[in-house]
Design a protein around this ligand. Structure first.
Ligand code: SF4
Ligand code: SF4
Length: 628
């Protein structure tokens, strides 16, 4: 071991400068712990272990094909999967509930609404109105909340209004239209408890229902409500990577998914009296440093936050490195993916941790539970605590910056609205490029970043390179975006890595071959793009030459997202199986039978080239079926 480092055997990363930086850190991070956790339990990997009751844990082997209660491998696997999908759905429904509540409270207080275009579009879709913008926003927020709080046996109203009609018809015929989203989570949790459901297909169907409520509410509507409150994305260039950390400022790293909780604080941080407080302790002011999906969301809407937001530094598994620069003075967290591992780094470097939603309470963080009516008081307390942290820690902490890390000129601010505007106000130019073959197809590379499947962002980045080299344009959403942009694939010069046809398109338009839609929530924006492309052509979504990959899916939320992709009828690639391979039924339904139900299918492959071959083959088949 090198004397200056904690342990040089760290996880591989697609981001080589980051990998080198982490290997030399004098403290332990998640990247250091990968090696000691390398031996995985085979039962867990296949999903054939159960510890739901005191008789367990029971594990399935050829000699013992049933648990003590009689549960088979199929039951264990699908029960575990449904439990995970319900938990993941619950996470996203928590986010959309809080977002709708914040919009409602802002409307009641006649606060600032930054995205009136988004509000008008939502009113039109929902069929609601109001005497002024605040009443319209109130009615929109109430419509979402009313649906979320319906019982499971009452179908949600907005599904039909939001969904593409051919898809809605399929969902209705399959009997997978969701009841109240919170109740669906409740039902899912009940269904997979001990000695209840033992029908694997029945539980898989519930996963699809949870996928629809997660997708339409937790993903799509969270984005659109955020657009009303926070301002709509605008296409622009922005820096990414550790270079965005400016040590002259008091830096706050934000983590989570609930951007609307920061609205008041963000405004206060640039107010003259608060900037004066920062100057009084020797800083130039405050800056927010983006991390995880809330950072992606701020980057996406960065045009509205140029004064306070310095850029997106990195994804979930870059968070410890961002802190290890020493120039972050506080972590403000409100949801996942706030790794427990940041705690030891924060302790070592005296970084103040504040949590504003107790669902993400860190052991050594101060809890300032966000309460809309008390946000003014809380913002002042948070600001004072962070200034005190800066004053206390900066004289004694040695900075370890990496200003050359990342890229300066990344295309950001891409949404279903801004992209269409960029194309001239309709999707015809993109459809024409797909029809002509200049763009062979579209791949949504979405979801998390993980430290498996080759290492940090390794499979994701390699797959993206393979896809663009085959003239397949890549649209991203989630922490995977953070890795892809820190590896230089979102600068216009990345066009050089694309196949000849896609390269020519990118050069003509001045865009990279990978377009970043921002946080994982923006999978909902990709769904709108898919819907509008299908509508433009006059086909259903599964007929599009469009594939999805959550190459390095990580969390239960990603599994709920994946179920939305399957409900939409899309091929979904995963680098590693979601703990299902121990069940013949689950594997058969998800990888084969789903095609005849919704049109979707799961494809599992951990090799970038092989995965790209499989996805390209599907795109070619879809093109042939469309006779293009
Ligand atoms: S609970 Fe399951 S995954 Fe964990 S060790 Fe036991 S058998 Fe393996
Ligand atoms: S529920 Fe059944 S399979 Fe699970 S631990 Fe209990 S006895 Fe074993």
């Amino acid at each position: 071991m090198n004397e200056s480092c904690y342990g040089c055997s760290t996880c591989a990363s697609a981001d080589k400068p980051l990998e080198g930086f982490i290997a030399k850190l004098p403290m332990e991070t998640s990247h250091h712990r990968v090696e000691s956790q390398e031996t995985k339990c085979g039962f867990g990997l296949q999903g054939v272990c159960c510890r739901l009751c005191a008789n367990g844990p029971c594990r399935i082997t050829p000699e013992s094909p049933r648990g003590i209660c009689g549960a088979t491998a199929d039951v264990m696997v699908t029960r575990n999967l449904l439990r995970a999908v319900a938990a993941g759905s619950g996470c996203y429904i928590h986010v959309v509930e809080n977002t709708a509540l914040n919009l409602k409270n802002t409307a009641l207080e006649k606060g600032k609404l930054k995205g009136l275009g988004a509000l008008e579009r939502l009113c039109k879709t929902f069929g609601v109105s109001g005497k002024d913008d605040h009443e319209k926003a109130l009615n929109v927020a109430n419509a979402v909340l009313e649906d979320l709080y319906k019982p499971e046996y009452v179908k949600m109203d907005l599904v039909e209004k939001m969904a593409y009609p051919p898809r809605f018809k399929v969902w209705k015929e399959l009997g997978i239209l969701p009841g109240g989203a919170k109740s669906e989570v409740f039902k899912g949790v009940v269904k997979c408890s001990t000695n209840l459901n033992s029908d694997p297909v029945n539980m898989l169907i519930d996963c699809l229902r949870l996928g629809i409520s997660t997708g339409i509410y937790g993903l799509t509507l969270t984005n659109l409500l955020n657009d009303v409150l926070l301002g709509e994305p605008e296409i622009r260039m922005a820096p990414v990577g550790l270079r965005v950390i400016d040590p002259d400022y008091i830096n706050i790293m934000i983590t989570g998914h609930q951007h609307t909780m920061f609205v008041h604080l963000q405004e206060r941080l640039i107010a003259p009296d608060v900037v004066a407080k920062a100057k009084a302790v020797g800083a130039k002011g405050f800056k927010l440093v983006g991390c995880t999906c809330v950072g992606q969301d701020l980057q996406l809407r960065g045009a509205h936050y140029t004064e306070i937001f310095n850029g997106h530094a990195g994804n979930n598994y870059t968070s410890e490195a961002i802190l290890a620069t020493g120039a972050i003075d506080a972590v403000l967290s409100e949801f996942n993916c706030t790794l427990p591992g940041i705690e030891t780094v924060c302790d070592t470097l005296s970084i103040k941790q504040i949590c504003i939603d107790d669902v993400a309470k860190k052991a050594n963080a101060e809890l300032k539970q966000f309460v809309f009516a008390e946000r003014g008081k809380h913002s002042e307390e948070i600001i004072d605590a962070i200034i005190a942290s800066y004053k206390e820690r900066r004289p004694k902490v040695k900075l370890n910056l990496l200003p050359e890390h990342g890229y300066e000129n990344n295309l950001t601010g891409v949404s279903e609205v801004s992209l269409k505007k960029f194309l001239g106000g309709n999707w015809k130019p993109l459809v024409d490029l797909i029809v002509s073959g200049d763009i062979k197809g579209v791949a949504g590379v979405v979801g998390c970043s993980s430290l498996v499947a080759g290492g940090h962002d390794v499979l994701t980045v390699a797959l993206v390179k393979e896809l663009i080299a085959r003239d397949i344009i890549v649209l991203t959403a989630g922490c995977s975006s953070g890795g892809i942009e820190n590896c230089g694939l979102m600068v216009p010069e990345a066009a050089e890595l694309a196949g000849p046809k896609l390269k020519a398109v990118c050069k003509k338009l001045g865009i990279p071959p990978v377009l970043n839609f921002g946080p994982c929530l923006a999978i909902g924006r990709l769904e709108i793009v898919a819907t509008e492309l299908a509508e433009t052509i006059g086909i259903d979504i599964p007929q599009l030459p469009l594939v999805l990959s959550a190459a390095q899916w990580l969390e239960e939320q990603a599994l709920a997202d994946g179920c939305f992709g399957l409900a939409l009828g899309l091929p979904l690639h995963l680098g590693l199986p979601p703990f299902i391979t121990g069940s013949k039924v689950a594997t058969q339904v998800l990888t084969e039978d789903m095609k005849s139900l919704t049109g979707g299918q799961v494809i599992i492959n951990a090799d970038a080239k092989e995965s790209a071959d499989l996805l390209e083959k599907i795109i070619q088949e879809k093109r042939r079926a469309l006779k293009i």
